[in-house]
Ligand binder design. Structure first.
Ligand SMILES: Nc1ncnc2c1ncn2[C@@H]1O[C@H](COP(=O)(O)OP(=O)(O)OP(=O)(O)O)[C@@H](O)[C@H]1O
Ligand SMILES: [Mg+2]
Length: 292
């Protein structure tokens, strides 16, 4: 099957692919797939925004095409570039052979010398792809405006080659950590879903799905401790990724329980800022008492 028939279909397929989605997220994704709408996922760090796009691609047998955004990313890096090096070599070969054929000059700007970047690849692949535009908030305003244009008609014009249009649009998943506000125009094009920290029960489920060996009792304690950590005023509160990591680390070390000593020795799996470490160490008894 290459697309879900119902929201619960999708929820089941995601779970089988190793991802646990709540009803809200599954509904947003279902509508995105079935109505060909881009979906914008915002949320805390490490709550599964990027992962869900990867799992979607895997379960529906689509190619994952990832456009990782960063400060200063420009159109060339996202769309296409001409392969200058190969063009130069070609020109040299032409001149050595004294070829003056005007066609061979035209060929310099043909498909052979075109380097496909993620957006062009996604337009070409159409429905066969999931386009992940990751961390769009890191790109600047102009890039966002350009992206909006591509998302509105999935059509790319290359002056030397012509217009390339997707027969059917790819599934587009955009993620943002909200380091800046995105423009209304972009949001208007997209379905929006906020992914917060999961409730404890679901986080336990996620950990057990990823690390079945850890065991229910220890997983519960880890999740409770992480939830306490999220209530402290940390610079980098732990995401689900850290919860999994901490549980995995404890399991690897053969620990069966989470007491202050054990927690202290393994904090590096879950707290990644020096100032945060100090604050957490002061509160270790309290943190590990949670869920006891
Ligand atoms: N609901 C979930 N189901 C299964 N795994 C999850 C879920 N949420 C998070 N994870 C796990 O947490 C890890 C981090 O997820 P991911 O990288 O997608 O987070 P993110 O929201 O993109 O974070 P960042 O903001 O740092 O990019 C992944 O390895 C994933 O396996
Ligand atoms: Mg991410």
């Amino acid at each position: 099957m290459d697309r879900p028939e119902t929201v619960s279909d999708l929820t089941g397929a995601l779970r089988a692919g190793g991802y646990i989605a709540d009803r809200g997220l599954a509904t947003a994704l279902y509508v995105a797939i079935r109505m060909h709408r881009p979906v914008l996922l915002e949320g805390e760090v490490g709550v599964g925004k990027t992962e869900v796009a990867k799992v979607l691609a895997a379960i529906y047998g689509r190619t994952l095409i990832r456009l990782q955004c960063y400060e200063g990313i420009d159109v060339n890096q996202a769309l296409y570039e001409w392969d200058y090096a190969r063009q130069m070599l070609h020109i040299r070969a032409l001149s050595e052979h004294q070829v003056a054929d005007p066609d061979s000059v035209d060929k310099l700007f043909g498909p052979k010398f075109l380097l496909e970047r993620p957006l062009l690849a996604a337009v070409r692949a159409g429905e066969q792809a999931v386009l992940l535009v990751d961390e769009i908030d890191r790109a600047d305003d102009e890039f966002e405006a350009f992206l909006l244009e591509v998302l509105s008609d999935f059509q790319i014009s290359i002056p030397e080659v012509g217009t390339i249009k997707a027969d059917s649009p790819p599934l587009v998943v955009l993620t943002s950590n909200r380091t800046r506000e995105l423009h209304d125009a972009l949001k208007r094009r997209c379905l929006y879903h906020w992914i917060g920290y999961p409730p404890a029960d679901r986080e336990v489920e996620i950990v057990l799905l990823k690390e079945p060996g850890v065991g229910m009792a220890l997983t519960r304690k880890v999740v409770a401790a992480v939830n306490r950590l999220r209530e402290l005023d940390l610079e980098k509160p732990p995401g689900v990724a850290e919860t999994i990591d901490w549980a995995r680390t404890l399991h690897f070390l053969g620990e069966k329980d989470l007491n202050p000593d054990v927690a202290n020795d393994t904090l590096g799996a879950v707290v990644k800022e020096r100032d945060d470490l100090e604050l957490v160490r002061e509160n270790l008894a309290d943190v590990t008492a949670a869920g006891a």
